[in-house]
Design a binder for this molecule. Structure first.
Ligand code: NAD
Length: 238
């Protein structure tokens, strides 16, 4: 049996399938990832800017980086792969999506059960008091209207804790899943990279690079997230 049909079999047998995604899920929407060098901004490793240190002590650099990330999202929208995952939720094929992405594309595509483990870039707030602000206020480098604190996107920076509700929900659904499909993540960012190993179910990896992960997964697809999902969807319907 080929790999696509093997996965279709598992999807049909599973009563609880969960999907875990990363930046590679959105590159085919035109949003750059972090790990591929083509995704870097001004040749700077994003992990050196997307952190508390930069926010608190080098705000101009932090601000320019996130303005560029907002800019990169302009005109981008969910692709067919996102829409397939939304359709799978409607058809009861998957029960949940946990994502490291901050672009909001899973919800925009129609998934309703989504844990945004790294928050959302669209939810701008004050770093000091948490008061909500608009993206426009962030672009214009305004300060918080309540406490004059620095504004920031509502994402989890390197070195920050993950939102507790989203983490607990993802942990529980992954632990108790029959099948977990991991898509478009380098699995380098802690603690999300620990989640796949916590399931009791079967593990599938869809990524452009899968080398080195052969022992950790039951099935690996090396290639495009969108095209692989399209192939699986066609086989499911066939
Ligand atoms: P990453 O950049 O570390 O890894 C992305 C992985 O996806 C790589 O292994 C790459 O080979 C693979 N990939 C790229 N395009 C692909 C495609 N079309 N199909 C299949 N695989 C593809 O991403 P990460 O593991 O999610 O960690 C990066 C962190 O940066 C996350 O915390 C995330 O919050 C953040 N981030 C988010 C976005 C977004 O919201 N779209 C974009 C960039 C970074």
């Amino acid at each position: 049996m080929d790999k696509v049909n093997q996965l279709v079999d598992w999807l049909r047998q599973s009563t609880k399938t969960v999907v875990l995604t990363g930046a590679g899920m959105s590159t085919e929407s035109g949003v750059p990832d972090f790990r591929s060098k083509s995704g870097w901004w001004r040749n700077i490793d994003p992990s050196t800017v997307a952190n508390i240190q930069a926010l608190e002590h080098d705000y101009d650099l932090f601000h320019a980086f996130y303005c560029a990330r907002f800019e990169a999202l302009k005109g981008c929208e969910p692709h067919e792969g996102h829409r397939i995952l939304a359709d799978w939720e409607k058809r009861g094929i998957i029960v949940h999506v946990a994502t490291q992405n901050v672009d909001g594309f899973h919800k925009a595509a129609g998934n309703t059960k989504v844990d945004e483990l790294h928050g959302s870039i669209h939810a701008v707030r004050c770093h000091k008091c948490g008061h909500e602000a608009s993206a426009q206020a962030f672009f214009e480098q305004e300060t918080c209207t309540v406490c004059e604190g620095k504004l920031r996107p509502g994402i989890v920076l390197f070195g920050e804790l993950l939102p507790e509700d989203a983490w607990n929900s993802a942990l529980h659904t992954i632990k108790t899943a029959d099948l977990v499909i991991v898509i478009g993540t380098s699995l380098q960012v802690y603690p999300v990279n620990q989640l796949p190993s916590m399931t009791r179910g079967k593990l599938v990896y869809i990524n452009r690079e899968v080398h080195g992960f052969e022992r950790d997964f039951d099935l690996l697809f090396e290639g495009s997230a969108k095209e692989t999902l399209q192939q699986i969807d066609a086989a499911l319907k066939g």
